[in-house]
Write a protein that binds this ligand. Structure first.
Ligand code: ADP
Ligand code: MG
Length: 426
């Protein structure tokens, strides 16, 4: 091949390649056109995706809001019983913060078998049919509440178990009201019976007293018969006292209240207590700290309450000890008061100003069993007891718009607090 021929050949090839390049370029152009034509569709799809994403976010937010605003405590755990979600109400009820809750086994966290111990298929079956528990939970601040827990199994659309939902309700107040109502029922029934019995006994007792006084007139002052008559007289007197207590307890009429200063009542009472406690090796100390002390009260009823509490305190200190009387002003929303009411004090619009009268002994204290029942009429742990002292105190405090609180530690002593609303001039 000559050189010229070679050049011609090369040129031909060059043309071919140029053609090819042109062809490719055209194709590319077509592609870009095609892609460009797709762009609006992509944009539409993109927008749709954005809205879907937004919707999902909103739905999620809504779900979280619902979960958070529920007044019931809602806890979700995984299938091992470890906390995944812990809503605001659950925090409020248990006092446990979210950080310390997440990841913990729920039964450990609530110190109670809220879920079956072994989480197998059988357990899931139970959980699904509502695994119900009621238990006392001690919060970190040492206050105790009663929790009701129930469970549901969380399942996917494909019916696969995904987690466990635990519903918590604080039923402390409900239980308290239930107990109060039950107690009231018992009281009414007992009150009716005791009223009848008291009336039935009072008449023959009156006759006995009458006959005794007649016998006294006919009996020689120094005779042994007179000695016996005196014994019988003092026994009937004590029976009369019990009957009066009973009738006082069951009396349906409301107490008449007048403005009075419990400080003067207490001073008078302290004098009596000092004298009476002396023989029993009991010291009486007094600290009247309340600056405002006037209340609306019934002197006779309050004297009876103080006397009943005094007798109880002395009986709790057979070996002697100290009886401390004190007063202090408090506000109804005072944390100390709230704590002792287990945070269940029903507040009015404005916190009421109170006077707290404390009667504190260093006696043998009470067991929890006694604490639960001590306001029940006729409940007593003493052979000679009537079980009316504290019932009367409770009733009197209620008729004064106040409350009685008991704080007692076994073998250490008992603090009885009487809380009265202060007198407010109309
Ligand atoms: P009673 O004195 O007739 O037994 P109360 O209603 O006065 O009836 O008291 C009921 C029970 O409460 C007592 O039997 C006792 O067990 C307990 N109790 C009351 N006050 C005290 C106290 N200060 N210390 C210990 N226990 C007390
Ligand atoms: Mg008593």
């Amino acid at each position: 091949m000559t050189q010229e021929e070679q050049i011609v050949e090369l040129q031909k090839e060059l043309y071919k390649e140029k053609d090819q390049i042109r062809f490719f370029m055209k194709q590319q152009q077509e592609w870009s056109q095609f892609i460009e034509s797709l762009n609006p569709t992509i944009e539409v799809l993109h927008k749709k995706m954005k809205t879907l994403q937004n919707d999902l976010h909103l739905k999620n937010q809504e779900l979280t809001n619902v979960l958070q605003s529920l007044s019931n405590g809602l806890i979700v755990t995984d299938l091992l019983g470890k906390v995944v979600t812990f809503n605001r109400a659950a925090v409020a009820i248990t006092g446990i913060d979210i950080e310390s809750a997440i990841g913990k086994p729920i039964s450990e966290l609530l110190k109670n078998p809220v879920l079956p111990e072994v989480l197998d298929e059988e357990a899931f079956e139970k959980i699904n049919q509502d695994y119900h528990q009621q238990f006392v939970f001690s919060k970190a601040d040492r206050s105790e509440i009663i929790i009701d827990s129930s469970t549901t199994l969380m399942k996917s659309d494909e019916n696969e178990e995904q987690g466990i939902i635990i519903n918590l309700i604080d039923i402390t107040q409900l239980k308290r009201l239930e107990e109060e109502a039950e107690r009231k029922n018992r009281l009414t029934a007992m009150g009716e019976i005791s009223m009848q019995v008291a009336h039935e006994i009072r008449n023959p007792l009156g006759s006995i007293e009458l006959f005794l006084s007649m016998m006294k007139m006919d009996t020689d002052e120094d005779s042994s018969e007179m000695d016996l008559i005196q014994h019988i007289t003092s026994a009937t007197r004590s029976m009369n006292h019990i009957i009066s207590n009973l009738l006082e307890y069951t009396k349906p009429r409301p107490a008449v209240l007048e403005k009075l200063d419990p400080h003067s009542l207490l001073s008078e009472f302290a004098d009596f207590a000092r004298f009476s406690a002396l023989q029993q090796n009991i010291d009486v100390t007094v600290e009247l700290n309340a600056e405002r002390s006037e209340i609306r009260g019934n002197k006779e009823l309050l004297k009876q309450v103080l006397h009943n509490l005094f007798v109880n305190a002395c009986q709790a200190m057979p070996e002697g000890g100290t009886l401390h009387l004190s007063t202090e002003n408090r506000l109804e929303d005072d944390p100390m008061i709230l704590e002792r009411f287990n945070n269940n004090f029903i507040l009015k619009d404005q916190p009421q100003e109170l006077i707290e009268i404390n009667i504190i002994d260093t006696g043998k204290g009470m067991t929890n069993e006694v604490k639960k029942r001590l306001f029940d009429p006729f409940f007593t742990t003493r052979e000679q007891g009537t079980g009316l002292g504290l019932s009367i105190a409770h009733k009197t405090m209620a008729s004064h718009g106040g409350t009685i609180l008991i704080d007692s530690a076994l073998n250490r002593g008992t603090k009885i607090s009487l809380l009265f609303p202060l007198f407010i001039a109309e």
